[in-house]
Design a protein around this ligand. Structure first.
Ligand code: SF4
Ligand code: SF4
Length: 419
């Protein structure tokens, strides 16, 4: 755990100005001060001082309903580190109250090696039947089906990437000079289990841009879901395992899941040693590795709504790199959607544990997307892909959900950049 006050000190700068209120999706959904950043900061300060017990139902009711999206941070003129404070408060509450059975079951199923392999295998099997998309809806079961349906590769058919049993991953002519640079690929749990096609697109598009991706054995779950659930010791254990697995090289560690990348960039603060700080400095979102800009692709005549993941935009501060990726695809038009930077309501296990608030936040976004009418909604995080995909399917909107690198991959394929 971190030294000092464990993250509560990040809240000290709050001067109660309220500038953050209109950036908070849960405050906008309920209008309740206790569901706003300012209200929650007061609760967390009371917890730290000992004025409010960690088992006080009003405390955890309102903190459980926080998405942890950190949309309140960039708009705060005082530089309050809300996310660090929330992490400290959740750790204290979890120590006193424990973790719900549902959260434990979800973590066990999604992140335990062996168990998760079987769960994802079953998920892929069910996905292949096409049933999840047919059964998508707003109820608990229908929404879960919609989430699974949204993980299906959306553009080209999977077998189009394979010719004669060999995957076409070699660029015909690398855009950057040889010899290639190397990047270590972080595979993650959900990304590896349900979005391996995005890993493949990541490897191909990076190859065009001069990066050879190398596999790293011994890597584990990033720990983000555990950290969000308040299981800090579990998250730290996973962080230590990853720091050891990726070693002491200098090559970048490429991550295509914003939630994983945000926590991995924070390993240095969480573990507090120099090796972890060096690790954290190497972590890059895939869009950052295309700097200064990706090689251009062929034109794609598409209207795309970009929904920046909170953990990319707010937590990592990566705003321009995804836009440069889209700019490398001629004809692709970005459709402006009001409130695009607001959370979609996914937020790790939030969609499962707080379905009512999660759907309330999502519903606003889906109605705005209905008005904007894009053909594709692009976002760089597995939870957001699933949440938005499920919401679009439940609302009967036909737009696809895609990771930005999938679109670049399509543009490169159309441009003949792959052998
Ligand atoms: S968190 Fe920042 S923006 Fe919100 S009330 Fe406190 S000082 Fe103002
Ligand atoms: S993290 Fe998100 S939901 Fe939580 S208080 Fe900040 S803006 Fe609101």
């Amino acid at each position: 755990m971190t030294e000092g006050r464990g993250g509560f000190e990040g809240l000290d700068a709050c001067v109660h100005c309220g500038f953050c209120l209109q950036a908070c999706p849960t405050f906008l959904a309920t209008g309740d001060e206790a569901d706003s950043p300012r209200g929650r900061i007061e609760l967390m300060r009371g917890l730290e001082r000992g004025d409010i017990a960690a088992t006080d139902p009003a405390l955890f009711y309102h903190l459980d309903r926080c998405l942890g999206c950190r949309g309140c941070e960039p708009v705060c003129p005082s530089g309050v580190q809300y996310g660090h404070g929330l992490e400290a408060a959740r750790a204290r509450i979890t120590a006193a109250r424990g973790v719900s059975r549902l959260a434990r079951l979800a973590l066990w199923t999604l992140t335990t090696p062996g168990v998760s392999g079987v769960a994802y295998w079953f998920g892929r099997l069910l996905r292949a039947t096409g049933l999840p998309r047919l059964l998508a809806g707003w109820g608990r079961f229908g929404f879960a089906m919609g989430m699974l349906g949204a993980t299906k590769p959306g553009g080209r058919r999977r077998d189009e990437a394979v010719r004669g049993g060999k995957r076409r991953t070699t660029p015909t002519a690398p855009y950057r000079p040889l010899p290639p640079l190397t990047a270590q690929l972080f595979r993650g749990c959900v990304m590896q289990g349900l979005f391996s096609h995005i890993h493949e697109a990541t490897q191909r598009t990076l190859a065009v841009n001069g990066y050879q991706t190398v596999e790293v054995s011994g890597q584990v779950c990033c720990g983000a879901l555990h950290a969000h659930a308040g299981l800090h010791e579990d998250a730290l254990e996973l962080a230590r395992a990853n720091v050891a697995a990726f070693g002491d090289g200098t090559e970048p560690i490429v991550v295509n899941s914003a939630g994983c990348g945000a926590l991995m960039k924070d390993y240095g603060r969480l573990l507090g040693d120099e090796r972890s700080q060096r690790f954290a400095a190497r972590v890059k979102d895939v869009t950052e590795l295309f700097a200064p800009a990706p090689a251009p692709g062929a034109p794609l005549d598409l209207h795309v709504a970009y929904d920046p993941p909170c953990h990319l935009l707010h937590a990592q501060g990566v705003a321009e790199a995804p836009l440069k990726l889209f700019a490398a695809i001629p004809l692709l038009e970005l459709v402006p959607v009001p409130g695009a930077a607001e959370c979609c309501g996914s937020a790790g296990l939030f969609t499962l544990l707080e379905p009512e608030m999660s759907r309330a936040v999502l519903a606003t976004k889906i109605e705005r997307l209905r008005e904007a009418a894009p053909q594709v909604v692009a976002t760089g995080n597995p939870g957001c892909l699933m949440q938005l995909g499920a919401g679009l399917a439940a609302a009967g909107i036909r737009a696809q959900v895609r990771h930005p690198v999938e679109l670049l991959d399509d543009a490169y394929r159309a441009a003949g950049r792959y052998e």
